[in-house]
Design a binder for this molecule. Structure first.
Ligand SMILES: [Zn+2]
Ligand SMILES: [Zn+2]
Length: 395
């Protein structure tokens, strides 16, 4: 393993929104072209440095390469030049892992990225006795739960998986997997996946994060197969404190503030700062109230992951995303990149990672948006970039 964890080590396993997606053949070719161009630029710079005063090449090709033109020599020559691999944004849907300095493992959401995350956890735990994973789910949508029944950690009887989330998150996992109730009704059995609790031998425990002051919720969801926890009370996992709060999305959705040793990370996926015409519409008011709560928690954060699925023109329906049809995306539950930037600056967040990329967003476009964010961040205390799978943040 690498160097010691100071407080929190956060690793992104999935930052793709809505559904898993990977570069098409055309997009792969475009990425290849970028890399070819970068390589050729370096080669010709090197060549130009070997020209004489009359701009003529001063040696033979063999002398320059250090051998005859064959595979071995060319590959050795290639090694002189370092070209950064293409930046792959997304692919797997939402999942991130937090390792704490006092040895706890926390996972935020179980999108398709959870499969690779779980594999790394199993490798890390090896033959270890303490095998406990704390999952915090944002909401029940498929892109935040789809990796669950493919995760190695769920199939090892030595493991204990504690799942924190709102009612819908726990309900959705339980409805077709029966992991909390140890029961799946016949009509749902096999509906989503061939797997259910009977072939998932890990131990599962659910903790519902609920607004205990909400009489409607408490009246409707009386008997449940898990424990209840009031949303206003933070959850302590060793020396790490996790505070949940509700955000604006078509499903009941939680964001999390994770604090350890004076460092603060905000995880806010699937939240919409709404742009409606009627300032008095209840949806508009709710969205703004959620945004205000988020702003309060995010103030002076060290790092933040936040959903910025659209550009404002796409949200308003003036332009499509990639080749998709331009349609207004109000109440689809996602924020605009421009709004996230503004909010991050207002909150003086040190490093913001914008994620939940739209599956229609082309790879090349992800690149140029990220480059624009990098230009804006230059020389500024607050850094903003596009989230990528594989990113590691040390706090
Ligand atoms: Zn989502
Ligand atoms: Zn969602």
């Amino acid at each position: 393993m690498g160097d010691a964890i100071k407080n929190l080590r956060i690793r992104f396993y999935g930052v793709q929104g809505s559904g898993s997606t990977f570069p098409s053949r055309r997009e792969s070719a475009a990425l290849q072209e970028v890399m070819d161009y970068e390589l050729l630029k370096l080669v010709f710079k090197d060549l130009s440095e070997r020209m004489d005063g009359e701009n003529r090449f001063e040696s033979s090709i063999e002398e320059y390469l250090g051998g005859p033109v064959n595979r071995k020599t060319l590959l050795r020559y290639r090694k002189r030049f370092k070209v950064a691999p293409p930046r792959i944004y997304g692919g797997w849907t939402t999942c991130m892992h937090i390792e704490t300095a006092d040895g706890y493992d926390i996972v935020l959401d179980c999108g398709s990225g959870f499969r690779n995350c779980a594999k790394d956890l199993q490798d890390k735990w090896g033959a270890r006795k303490k095998r406990e994973l704390h999952i915090f789910g944002s909401h029940s949508h498929f892109d935040h739960t789809e990796g669950f029944d493919q995760a190695g950690v769920c199939f090892d009887p030595r493991n204990t998986i504690i799942i924190h989330g709102n009612y819908q998150y726990l309900y959705s996992l339980n409805s077709y997997l029966g992991i909390f109730s140890q029961f799946v009704p016949e009509d749902v059995k096999g509906l989503q996946t061939p797997i259910n609790f009977s072939n998932m031998p890990a131990g599962f425990k659910g903790i519902e994060i609920r607004d205990m002051a909400d009489p409607v919720v408490n009246a409707r969801q009386k008997s449940v197969h898990w424990d209840l926890h009031d949303v206003t009370r933070p959850i302590e996992i060793g020396d790490t404190r996790v505070t949940a709060f509700f955000v604006y999305h078509p499903a009941l959705c939680l964001a999390y503030k994770v604090e350890h040793g004076g460092k603060k990370f905000i995880y806010c996926t699937d939240h919409e700062l709404r742009h409606g015409d009627d300032p008095d519409a209840p949806e508009q008011k709710r969205s703004e109230a959620c945004e205000a709560e988020l702003v309060k928690h995010a103030m002076d954060a060290d790092a933040m992951y936040r959903d910025g699925q659209y550009l404002r023109s796409e949200y308003d329906g003036h332009t499509g995303i990639g080749s998709s049809t331009p349609v207004p995306r109000i109440d689809w539950g996602h924020s605009c990149i421009e709004d996230v930037e503004e909010m991050a600056l207002n909150c003086r967040v040190k490093h913001t990672y914008i994620g939940h990329h739209d599956p229609n967003r082309e790879w090349s476009e992800r690149n140029w948006i990220d480059e624009a964010l990098a230009r804006g961040s230059r020389g500024r205390r607050e850094q903003i970039e596009f989230a990528r799978a594989g990113t590691i943040i040390d706090l």
